[in-house]
Design a protein. Structure first.
Lengths: 469, 482
């Protein structure tokens, strides 16, 4: 019996102790009419070898591609030690650390996680993680609304990740909270003062600022944060943790700093894995600590005065407060936070800065070279971090299909999300891409674009371009 | 020792760093970081040793029996972990074309189908990332259903007082007010109170069955009919599905929506507090409202169903496709069990719980509902012990740690004073259960002979009992350089 240790002798002894004739008798309180006779769609049992073979075949069917898609989930090198440690049974199979004395490993690690995330975002405190970045944005919005007390609307620029906006809306709308869009600047891709003016004097709980924004464009975060604060709004900074090795932390935005920082933690040690598990991080200023959802670890002392760690401020949480809790969230993504902590410890300060710089340099190289191809242009002229929108004079879907045939995933087609941008592609080259990878991408792109563009059949890379690779 | 205290300025771990780059002169200075974040500067070995040592301060299923009631801490098969970590699965970008993900989508689709079967529901969405998010999805669908019928008067969600705290909290997240329904003396929902509570304001009822009291609701059909007759929908919290897996299908009981905790019933890891996974199953009438994406199989191809196909969907709950890697683990587990294996889960989880209950009753512990069968879990109450010796349920729980057992769930459900909620799961052997009974008996003796020993437990853990009042009053949530 898979995963069941009982011998026949055990079973008989146990039934005798219970005073039941058979296991069937143990279900005698369940009305007979409700007892299901059989399962029809559950597939036949396999042993581990056969299940492993099946999964291996399915994995191989999906293959490996040279990936230039980012758009909220990024391919990064994950040190081998990260998952060898996170995969240790003591972390992998532990429960939530409610029994603090038997969970000091997880608790100390999460305290270290909180310290790293708070410092990375420039905020005072961090919780121990949320489900993912998108749902994290919803929790940040709810926090801001609770803190603000009167307003039930939050400004969310159209340049914030469109899926994040959908998720946040799905999670907050039933509480009568509205996310009000702020258009991005045509031709700029950023969120600017003119677009915000129309909201001046109105009652909003917060302004969300994503840095870099969904287009990869760097927002003028100081101006935006100061504007929001001047309007009595809180500032929610949505950030990529890798970018914080290079870009100003939300805590330093404008004269007062963001009030809440939230983000997708996936770039810190979580494999892409078709979308999860990832984790969301949520950090805030000290004043908002009691509005924070999710678990928080604190350092304290034991009966002998020895330092130790335990979950704290649990009076905010559903298992104590029930209907009055700050959120219904019960879990954090503990294992992913474990991986992230080990990942950050292995990278260290220098490592994180180098990863950020390499992502930026690779994307810069890719986009500068791509724009030398006739028919390829940057959509927005602004500084970027590691993602850029480029446009074509042919449909993006055609370009992507042709690249895919060469084993390349060329980026995200923005046409369904932002049709007004025309044939726009969001492309990203992280530190995992070598100059040869980028060359392969560009050579194929050049070939595809020149072949398909009408009237530019003879287009080729401009002279001198290849020498830079 | 914290990792930050091991850190030395200038110590680098360049095996994990890409080559240094010239300064990014295209990013203006005012957008760049001026300060240095507090990250450790340690060698790779320092980090590996530090976190390996930390891991050794944890209890876990791999190291200890973990009889946490309502948490289903069963063995997490290593094979499922290995298979979900195959390099191609890990490398696949969530926004990659569906054509490049037919293998992973096949696994997800088949998991959906198997969950439909075991829950007896008409459709399943795998996207909720935890039980509580599954609850949110379920309640949001109930709300969307009433809204679609312009039935705006239904503002109240009924929740039994024995429910997990996430139930009322999830209802509030969906904009409902919560009305508690009391439990009767036998541990069932109080039918009279339920009848009195339902009305045109009732949006639905959230019911956990078997309940957190460890018993199967005898009047389950009647409860469900009372709610339906009042125009409400019924929500089945599948937290305790392990007790009835393959034996009872909530859909057969007439429920409209259920969530399943894969990290319980389908043996995916708890990971020190997550990631979980809380797929939702629905009856026919809620199919249009399922959260997206859902996996469809059409003309020999798998694809993700989006808002175009399901315009009434409650929407997206995660950035991409829920906790896909966890779903793959659950799929692998389900394949290794097969249909017979699933029924055996319920059989042996129930056998173990009833055996442990019988043995502890024999040993002199007070069983909270001695006239009832245990489902996969049961409650003992230490009220008498506390009155006699001053030793509380928490003290006993802490002393169990010294004996090499993780504590059961303490003080939940709140209805039973000084309670321990005990769930052994099917993966524990009779020998382990016997050793656990022996440990509890020893503690019972200690409580009478030397109560201070128990009251000051644990004595053998890395720390003794922690001052959680100080932790909350003098918040120390991040480390700062002295």
């Amino acid at each position: 019996m898979p995963f069941i240790p009982h011998t026949e002798e055990d079973i008989q002894a146990m039934l005798a102790s219970i005073g039941a004739a058979s296991v069937e008798d143990l279900f005698d309180e369940i009305p007979a009419a409700l007892r299901a006779d059989r399962l029809v769609s559950v597939l036949p049992a396999l042993n581990e070898m056969a299940a492993g073979r099946l999964m291996q075949e399915r994995a191989e069917q999906d293959g490996r591609y040279l990936n230039f898609i980012g758009a909220g989930a990024y391919e990064h090198h994950i040190p081998a030690a990260v998952w060898q440690i996170a995969g240790r049974g003591e972390f992998y199979t532990a429960y939530t650390p409610y029994q603090a004395e038997a969970s000091q490993g997880t608790l100390q690690l999460l305290y270290e996680f909180q310290t790293m995330m708070a410092s990375l975002t420039g905020m005072d405190i961090s919780n121990t993680s949320l489900y993912d970045g998108a749902s994290g944005l919803a929790e940040a919005v709810l926090m801001a609304v609770r803190a603000h007390k009167s307003a039930r609307r939050v400004l969310v620029p159209a340049a914030v990740h469109p899926i994040w906006r959908q998720v946040a809306d799905a999670l907050v709308k039933n509480q009568g909270i509205a996310l009000v869009p702020v258009p991005y600047r045509t031709g700029g891709g950023d969120t600017v003062a003119e677009a915000l003016k129309r909201f001046e004097g109105e009652d909003f709980a917060a302004l969300v600022i994503q840095q870099p924004n969904f287009f990869g464009v760097l927002e003028e975060v100081d101006e935006l944060a100061d504007w929001a604060h001047s309007q009595g709004m809180l500032v929610i900074g949505a950030v990529n943790p890798i970018s914080l090795g290079m870009l100003k932390a939300p805590g330093q935005w404008g004269s007062k700093g963001a009030d809440i920082a939230v983000g997708e933690g996936q770039p810190l040690g979580a494999p892409l894995s078709s979308g999860g598990p990832y984790f969301g991080f949520l950090c805030c200023k000290q004043a908002l600590v009691r509005q924070m959802p999710g678990r928080i670890v604190g350092r304290t002392v034991d009966m002998d005065g020895k330092p130790g760690f335990c979950l704290t401020l649990q009076a905010r949480e559903q298992h104590i407060r029930r209907a009055k809790a700050t959120s219904n969230i019960c879990t954090n993504q503990g294992l992913m936070a474990t991986a992230a902590t080990v990942h950050l410890a292995l990278l260290g300060l220098e490592g994180l800065e180098r990863v950020a710089a390499a992502c930026h340099a690779n994307t810069r190289m890719l986009v500068e070279q791509a724009c030398l191809i006739a028919g390829v242009e940057r959509a927005f002229p602004h500084p970027f971090f590691h993602e850029v929108v480029i446009t074509f004079d042919i449909p993006v879907a055609d370009v992507l299909r042709a690249l895919e045939a060469q084993g390349i995933l060329g980026g995200l087609d923005l046409t369904p999300w932002y049709p007004e941008l025309g044939n726009a592609l969001l492309v990203c080259a992280t530190e995992t891409k070598t100059p040869e990878d980028i060359r392969k991408f560009l050579e194929n792109l050049e070939r595809i674009v020149s072949r398909r563009s009408s009237g530019t059949a003879c287009t080729r890379l401009k002279p001198g371009a290849t020498s830079k690779w | 020792m914290l990792i930050f205290e091991l850190s030395r300025p200038g110590r680098k771990n360049l095996a994990q760093a890409p080559a240094a780059q010239p300064e990014a002169n295209d990013i203006p200075a005012h957008l760049r970081r001026g300060d240095k974040p507090l990250l450790p500067e340690v060698s790779e070995m320092d980090a590996v040793r530090h976190y390996t040592r930390l891991s050794q301060k944890n209890f876990s299923i791999d190291t200890h029996f973990y009889p946490l009631g309502s948490c289903t801490m069963k063995y997490n098969p290593r094979g499922a972990h290995q298979q979900a970590m195959l390099p191609q699965f890990l490398a696949r970008h969530p926004l990659a074309p569906e054509a490049t993900g037919q293998g992973v989508l096949a696994c997800l689709y088949e998991l959906q189908e198997m969950l439909k079967d075991v829950t007896g529901m008409a459709g399943v969405s795998l996207t909720p990332m935890a039980g509580a998010q599954g609850e949110f999805a379920g309640v949001a669908m109930i709300r969307a259903y009433h809204d679609s019928r312009n039935d705006a008067a239904r503002t109240e969600m009924l929740v039994p007082d024995a429910a997990h705290g996430t139930n009322p909290a999830s209802a509030v997240m969906c904009g409902y007010t919560v009305r508690e329904i009391p439990t009767d003396r036998d541990g069932n929902v109080d039918l009279e109170a339920l009848r009195a509570a339902v009305g045109p304001q009732t949006a639905g009822l959230m019911l956990t069955n078997p309940s957190t009291l460890g018993v199967f609701e005898k009047n389950i059909r009647e409860i469900q009919q009372i709610v339906h007759r009042a125009g409400g929908l019924s929500y089945y919290d599948g937290a305790n599905l392990n007790a009835i897996l393959g034996r009872v299908k909530p859909g057969d009981m007439g429920f409209d929506v259920i969530h399943v905790n894969l990290h319980k019933t389908f043996s995916t890891p708890h990971g020190g507090g997550g990631p979980g996974s809380g797929p939702v199953g629905v009856s026919e009438r809620l199919l249009p409202f399922l959260p997206i994406p859902v996996v469809a199989f059409e003309s020999g191809r798998y694809r993700l169903v989006t808002e175009k196909d399901l315009p009434q969907s409650i929407g997206r709950l995660s950035g991409f496709m829920g906790n896909t890697g966890i779903l793959l683990r659950a799929y692998s587990y389900a394949r290794i069990l097969g249909a017979e294996g699933m029924r055996r889960v319920a059989d042996f989880a129930t056998l173990n719980a009833n055996y442990l209950m019988a043995e502890l009753g024999e040993a002199g512990f007070d069983i909270a509902f001695p006239e009832r069968r245990a489902s996969h879990e049961f409650i003992i109450t230490l009220k008498g012990l506390k009155e006699q010796t001053g030793v509380s349920a928490m003290d006993v729980a802490k002393r169990l740690l010294d004996k090499g057992f993780h504590a059961p769930t303490t003080y939940f459900p709140m209805l039973v004073p000084e309670c321990l909620l005990i769930e052994p799961t099917e993966t524990e052997s009779k020998q382990t259960l016997d050793a656990f009974v022996a440990a509890l008996k020893e503690i019972l003796d200690e409580a009478h002979a030397s109560p201070e020993l128990v009251k000051t437990a644990p004595h053998t853990m890395p720390v003794r009992r922690l001052d959680d009042v100080k932790a909350a009053r003098e918040l120390d949530l991040v480390w700062k350089k002295a």
